[in-house]
Design a protein around this ligand. Sequence first.
Ligand SMILES: [Zn+2]
Length: 192
Amino acid sequence: MNYVLALDIAGTPFRWMEPREAIHYHAAGKVAWELGAELAVFRGGVSRAGIRSQLTTRSVIALAKSEAMVKWAREILPLKHDNRMLFKRDRHLCAYCGDQFDRRDLTRDHIMPLSRRGADTWENVVTACKHCNHTRKRNRTPEEAGLPLHYVPYAPCRSEYFILSGRRILADQMEYLLARVPRDSRLHAKAN
Ligand SMILES: [Zn+2]
């Protein structure tokens, strides 16, 4: 299924939502504006005049009266337990050997190990292959292990976070999000 990218009234990504839910917002008159290709059409009942109602949604919608979300949108974006977004951020490259791996051969490495009070945050984790994590680096810092990082970890900005969390992102949604990702992000290198 393709998801609708919902924005707050300021155009900040709010969340991915199912087309059915987006239609609900349309029906309630809560969509301020929309852009992108038509994503879904839902047919409603037939009116007395014999006209069947129809609601459509485009792939990007901005929700009206969402000023409260604008504040929420500044909050920190969580590093989920599932490593999918982390591996995507790091382009499936091991930070220690620099090689690319399948998801099943990768792990989440804490640069400062958890056992030594390292934090489980975007800035303290990198993607590492099983061999590098369990055999080469182990419970040490990269410095102690003599393993310099191939890249620097970072917390994604909001638009980047939505790119990382989307499963099947449509071209117009990607265009909208990429335009809001800082130029020095690694995602731009990937898009080119
Ligand atoms: Zn490796």
